[in-house]
Design a protein around this ligand. Structure first.
Ligand code: ATP
Length: 356
């Protein structure tokens, strides 16, 4: 059962296509993210689901019913905005009760619902607090509670962590996921931050220039990206431009622009002479030669200490810097020393070059 489905949804503004033939099925009770760079059409898609924009083509179904002709206030979806839109002149209880009052619920039911939801979000007894007395994280939870108290079929979240500082954002990622589990409500979350999408989601749709490039669980996107865009956008990747010189089954040798050659796994490019990009995760690389395994020579440019995410930056003869996450070398590789970077060919993915 899908709480939300989009089929062939398109939105044009004059000659410009903001969302192009997008289809998705969001399973009930799942955390589904739409991930993409600024301007790719995420908000436009979400506004169509909420009913603030009408699709130029395609269908949107909530719990199996088409809602394209249904006004926003008659759709059982709620939306949390980046700036939360809490009412500053009302206290916490009044903020949460607002939607229930508008719906015409009676006072006793409203009071019970507010008490219960505040308990569920871990802020029991805070009805009387003013909004300006809350921390950033508490405001987030109240904004979610204000929607969840109305028991929507789908909760839409439009970059709700964007306005928080980095530390709180890290914390809220986990908190949001736990809240979603607890409520068992379908969350549709939009973000340009790949780490938010990877940490929180059951499934992620990667969006680029109005289209979905790939939909899948975070691990699948990370380990088996279907395009250079996904490989570059989801997780850290080194990207080496070059040209295929020899295809060998599912692998190919690529002559890099500026010198050197690498062997990798063919993903979507397949012919000699194709212009390609080779994507390699920092953790797929190791420092030191490995028998029978391809490699590239370079010099250690610098060491970037960041705890478990520390990196060795290696400069290739082409001048390009490559990030290597080789824990055995992070403390020992001397800056300026000559090194060989090695990798297994199946961990270097070759995609057709699309940009320049
Ligand atoms: P961001 O992360 O920056 O919010 P986004 O991925 O949510 O970006 P959208 O806000 O959906 O992107 O915008 C997608 C494209 O559609 C942009 O180029 C934007 O300028 C354009 N667009 C959005 N709304 C309108 C409109 N009402 N009229 C014309 N163009 C629009």
């Amino acid at each position: 059962m899908h709480d939300l489905s989009c089929t062939g949804v398109t939105k044009t503004f004059g000659p410009f296509t903001a969302v192009s033939d997008v289809s998705l099925d969001v399973p009930s009770g799942s955390f589904f993210s739409i991930l993409g760079p600024s301007g790719c059409g995420k908000t436009t898609l979400m506004r169509m689901i909420a009913g603030f924009e009408t699709p130029t083509a395609g269908d949107i179904r909530i719990k199996g019913e088409s809602v394209v002709a249904v006004p926003p206030n008659k759709r059982n979806v709620k939306m949390v905005f980046q700036h939360l839109a809490l009412f500053p002149m009302m206290n916490v209880g009044e903020n949460i009760a607002y939607g229930l009052r508008c719906r015409g619920d009676n006072r006793a039911d409203i009071k019970r619902a507010v008490t219960r939801i505040l308990e569920r979000i871990g802020l029991p007894g805070s009805e009387e607090k003013r909004i300006d007395q809350l921390s950033g994280g508490q405001k987030q939870r109240i904004a979610i509670a204000r929607c969840m108290v109305l028991e929507p079929d789908v909760l839409l979240l439009d970059e709700p962590l964007g306005a928080l500082d980095l530390k709180l954002r890290e914390h809220m990622k986990i908190e949001l996921k736990l809240l979603q589990h607890q409520f068992e409500t379908t969350f549709l979350y939009i973000t340009h931050d790949q780490s938010e999408a990877l940490v929180m989601s059951d499934q992620v749709a990667v969006m680029n220039a109005g289209r979905f490039e790939q939909i899948g669980p975070p691990k699948e996107l990370y380990q088996a990206p279907v395009s250079g865009f996904v490989a570059g956008f989801v997780g850290d990747s080194n990207c080496l431009p070059g040209r295929i010189v020899e295809v060998r089954g599912s692998e190919a040798e690529v002559a890099l622009d500026g010198g050197g050659a690498v062997v990798g796994h063919l993903s979507d490019a397949s012919a000699n002479g194709d212009e390609v990009e080779v994507f390699m995760r920092p953790e797929a690389l190791q420092i030191g030669a490995v028998d029978g395994v391809p490699g590239l020579d370079g010099t250690v440019d610098s060491l970037l200490f960041n705890g478990a995410n520390s990196r060795v930056l290696v400069k290739l003869a082409t001048g390009q810097l490559i990030e290597v996450a080789d824990p055995s070398q992070v403390d020992t590789a001397g800056e300026g020393s000559s090194v060989r970077i090695s990798w297994f060919p199946d961990r270097a993915r070759i995609f057709a070059r699309r940009y320049g």
